[in-house]
Write a protein that binds this ligand. Structure first.
Ligand SMILES: [Zn+2]
Length: 468
């Protein structure tokens, strides 16, 4: 039988033990349902990373990159165990763009804009944005959102780039990025989760989680850092500021502490030495950022005229991909370097439509990353990637065997409606494997009713020499 006093003592004891426990409970985050495998995240992210890196100018400064990488690794190693995936490979690169932004792709590739590092007032603020992005990856938000079948909306500022980004081979409107979808806008719920998990990771890594909230203020004060800024993808900063700070009350910051203010200042100083970085919008407007050859073409800012000369019967030998491939091209065609593929086109056969490079006649060459060692399946993946941005693209018949530079190759014939001209066109895709497992491809495109190109395409195909 309890004496009254004992009962009160017992209640007090319960209150004391339970109260702090409740008060210190940090928000529990759970995965959303996801029909994709963890391996899918890795694969999609890898493909998207390849596309992204053909579009975004990376800052070639190992000093800065390794600094950002160190901060990133510190954060990654403090992801709660239930959200760690041994398959994921986080890595960090710096994009030479002014906009205050960062983005991460499924499975781990992460890109931090130079503008974000320059805008942050402390290393903690920079780490905050990175922790937020890492959280989207760890929570597998990209594929979770895809599972829900939501329509993807590509982000405002990045949109200019994302539109052309996923260009891949850039066959007319095939040039829609297969995985631009991952530069997508997440729901408010996902954003809140990334803020909360980001704050938790920060604390665990020894950063003050309120620095993530502070970064929103910093970005607002700096006017968002251009159209492609973090806030344009991430709405309602004041709500989030409050929410993160509320979460921070429940978090114990790892007393080992982290954040090297001197190193951060040194990196900022170094970046200032580079002058002003272009904005994402400027990068998108200027097209190709990595001239591959001397003959880098600029797209005339108009749609292709569709009126083009027949291919010359004279051919010139051209070396592309740093000498990795030699090919003979009609002498009246010119080289246009488009993202990660190289086009050879007659005048009047290329231009822009809705901000995308469009080609009506010509041949292009590219290399695609693939996890599939089976040629036909790798080719299917490539075609599926093209088709994602182009509902008019249809496979016409099956795969035919051929040879390309002495190795087994497949020919796939596709029909399409050219985005710029509205005319039906035939697209031939010839694929073969490189020694390193990557897929090498040639695309030949011409309007359906123009037969004069078949000979030229066969001559080009026969002339290809791959030196891998
Ligand atoms: Zn986000």
């Amino acid at each position: 039988m309890f004496k009254r006093q004992t009962l009160i003592a017992w209640l007090t004891l319960v209150a004391i033990t339970v109260m702090p426990f409740t008060a210190l409970a940090q928000t529990q985050i759970k995965y959303h349902s996801n029909k994709y495998t963890v391996q899918d995240d890795v694969k999609l992210g890898r493909q998207a990373a390849q596309e992204a890196e053909s579009q975004f100018p990376l800052l070639r400064d190992e000093n800065v990159r390794s600094y950002v990488e160190n901060v990133g690794r510190r954060l990654v190693s403090n992801i709660p165990s239930q959200f760690q995936h041994p398959e994921f490979q986080y890595y960090f690169k710096v994009v030479n763009a002014r906009d205050i932004n960062a983005f991460a792709l499924p499975g781990g590739p992460m890109y931090v804009n130079r503008g974000m590092i320059e805008a942050a007032r402390t290393e903690g603020e920079m780490a905050g944005v990175m922790a937020h992005e890492i959280s989207h990856v760890a929570l597998r938000h990209g594929t979770a959102q895809a599972t829900k079948g939501q329509k993807y909306s590509i982000l405002g500022g990045i949109a200019g780039i994302a539109g052309t980004i996923l260009g891949g081979p850039g066959v007319g409107q095939l040039a829609q990025a297969p995985f631009a979808v991952y530069l997508l806008k997440f729901s408010r719920e996902y954003e809140t989760e990334a803020d909360i998990l980001g704050a938790q990771i920060m604390a665990q890594a020894g950063y003050d989680p309120r620095d993530l909230a502070n970064m929103f203020r910093t970005i607002e004060q700096q006017g968002g850092g251009g159209g492609g800024g973090f806030l344009s993808d991430h709405p309602s900063p004041s709500d989030r500021y409050a929410r993160i700070n509320r979460e921070a009350q429940y978090l114990r910051v790892n007393p080992s502490g982290y954040g090297d203010s001197r190193e951060f200042a040194r990196v900022q100083e170094r970046l200032r030495g580079y002058g002003t970085a272009p904005t994402m919008a400027e990068i998108a407007r200027n097209g190709q950022r990595y001239p591959v050859g001397e003959q880098t073409g600029n797209y005339p800012n108009n749609a292709p005229s569709g009126r083009v000369a027949y291919p010359s019967s004279r051919y010139q030998s051209v070396s592309i991909f740093n000498g990795g491939v030699n090919v003979s091209i009609p002498s009246n065609w010119r080289q246009v370097n488009d993202q990660n593929s190289v086009w050879f086109v007659p005048e009047g056969a290329y231009g822009q439509h809705n901000g995308q490079a469009v080609y009506t006649h010509g041949a292009s060459f590219g290399v695609a990353q693939t996890n599939n060692q089976n040629l036909q399946r790798a080719t299917e993946d490539l075609i599926n990637g093209f088709a994602q941005g182009n509902s008019n693209l249809r496979m016409n018949g099956g795969y035919q065997r051929t040879t390309l530079s002495g190795r087994n190759a497949l020919v796939s014939t596709l029909t399409n409606v050219n985005e710029a001209t509205g005319r039906p066109e035939i697209v031939r895709l010839i694929t073969t494997q490189l020694r390193n497992g990557q897929l090498f491809y040639m695309v030949a495109v011409a309007p359906q009713n123009e037969r004069g190109y078949d000979n030229a395409f066969s001559t080009i195909l026969r002339s290809v020499r791959i030196n891998d």
